[in-house]
Design a protein around this ligand. Sequence first.
Ligand SMILES: Nc1ncnc2c1ncn2[C@@H]1O[C@H](COP(=O)(O)OP(=O)(O)OP(=O)(O)O)[C@@H](O)[C@H]1O
Ligand SMILES: [Mg+2]
Length: 497
Amino acid sequence: MERNIQNRISEIREIRKEQFEVLYQISKMLNSAVYKDSLIEETLDLAVNVIKAERGLFVKYDQENKSFSIIAARNINKESIADLSSFSSGILQQVISKKEACLYHDVQSDPNISQFESVQIHQIKSVIGVPIFYEDKIWGVILADSRQDRKEFTEENLLFLQFLSNLVSLALDKILHFEHLQDENLILRNQLQAVQPIPDMIGNSPAMGKLASLIHKVAQTDATVLILGESGTGKELAARAIHKLSPRNDQAYLAQFCGSIPDTLLESELFGYKKGAFTGAANDKKGLFEVADKGVFFLDEIADISLSLQAKLLRVIQNQEIIRLGDTKVKKIDVRLIAATNQDLKQLSKTGKFREDLFYRLNVFPITIPPLRLRKSDIALLAKHFLKKFSGRGMSINSAILKKLESYHWPGNVRQLENILQRALILCDSDKLAPEHIILEEDEKTLENFEGTLKEFERFLLLKRLENFNDNRTLTAQSLGVSVRWIQLKLKEMNQE
Ligand SMILES: Nc1ncnc2c1ncn2[C@@H]1O[C@H](COP(=O)(O)OP(=O)(O)OP(=O)(O)O)[C@@H](O)[C@H]1O
Ligand SMILES: [Mg+2]
């Protein structure tokens, strides 16, 4: 385009003053055009008016199929459009091959063109064809004709339309690029929506993105989901998220922790019992499966249930029915099951500790939550989230802290990060967190590394001991050689700060 303008500098001098004025109007109009359709319509109007043409046509050229389609017309009735486009195809071909505007004088004496009905009916004298470019290729052609009783098109008209063509091509370039960006924007926004977050789960690492799309997909179904992952990775959060995103979200969500619970107790919790089923069963009682009817039931730490309970669970999954303890009546239930474990169920089934048939029933849709060390890019976000949760305000994390957090291997995953940050806030005297407040397990082994104040060390030791003694203050006091009262005071002090 620029090249065309350069080559025609000398020709510019030939344009009359009033035409310059029209060009100025045109350039203003083109500069403000933002829609392709209005650009086409307005350009055609301008071309027809400026050269005082009888009729006008804007034809779109399809590079791939080498075909034309009319996208705008002026003063042409529907019947003549087909005829007109066929008579103009010769002119169109010329414009395409020459890549420049063409002028046909006296078409009546050209047998190739005069044979067309519309040429005769309308007594067409001359035809002009002007290419419009996009990225240096012909995008469309403006055709205009004039009748015999009117004046012929001139070389000056041709030159003028060539300028118009250059300007329109520039405007078109701008608009099409803009449209392209708009489409791209739409696609990107659509893709972003596809990776919607998991409710209550922080993290934008690629691993979490994959997890999110799996959770969103499976949530829509009724399939049994087996959530796998190391301790503290967020299995329980994921189970809740599946319920929240599922069509059952207005129905019950119940969870049962199956680890270290006596078998009979767990069984009566899950299945319920009939009055007199065992000593102490004074009334009929609904089991959790029944309560969760139409909703979602989450069996946490599924690997821990006994083999006999596994058999009963298999029946629930296979037949969607339960029998209360001490009862004979079978009850139909409609429950969506989610189970979780941090153990290798397949391995357990090989050694006979877990029923293989139950494993396959549960393993319909396994979802593995990646350990935190494999998604370290989530650490900064998670840390900010937890600091805000525990301090009640937004806190910045300096790069030294972040480096420390990111270079740790997090055997206890997100739960460990949460605990360590909670402890860091207690240890920190001021409102500025420092790396020495972040006590990782390695640091604990070598207490001489402790770089904080004496007060901070006192707190650290107290919390550590409490943790070791499972929050038992008497034992903690004994091991530290202080009174229980001292511990109570210190804890009160910490909570008040
Ligand atoms: N992506 C996350 N965003 C925010 N909090 C998280 C995330 N993942 C885990 N947590 C938090 O970490 C803690 C542990 O999560 P959760 O109990 O779901 O883990 P889990 O895999 O069930 O662990 P376990 O195997 O020990 O039962 C919870 O306090 C939870 O809120
Ligand atoms: Mg859990």
